[in-house]
Design a protein. Sequence first.
Length: 201
Amino acid sequence: MRNVIVLPVLLLVVALVANGCIFEPRAAEEPDSETAVPYLDRIDPKNVWDNMQTSLRNIHSPGWEDAILQADFTYIPDSDAESQFPGVFDGWHGEQEVEFIRDFYGTNPVVDVLLRDPEFIVPATSGTEVQWEGVIYDMTVTDQGGAVNRYRGSADITFKVEGNFWFVSIWEDLQGESDPGTSGGVALPTMGVLRGTIASN
């Protein structure tokens, strides 16, 4: 009886080895798709701005950090944000921006964002510096407790070339913008308020 069981098992093992199914090296597994964020090459300002949007949607700080010219970055708040957070924005450069985005993402928010109004006409790129005037962005942030905050503002964004790549060198928030889908025209806070809130905590 034992031979009747052992013989078919041996035949199966021999067949598998002959076909190369055992002891063959396995192909390397693909990296976890959740960690592979699809950023664009920073060959023009549009790609840089789109990468910042991708960073926000994926809560992935390297994308934001790579998009700003850290050695020569300046953030200028709108007057409402500045009055709400006096002194917070003094000397806000690349180091403060990196600290802000890391701390913000560290709160594990859920972000729904459109960094460029669909009607915005992207200026032609020429030379080594380009300014986008009056870019309207819209971002909704849901925190872990379920609280929802919306930031909608217009900004002037200056892009510069450094080496072979484009970066954001100046982000100047101009004013909060109202929701075009509602009546009343109440201006929503800009991302200056978000920056101020995070930096103050």
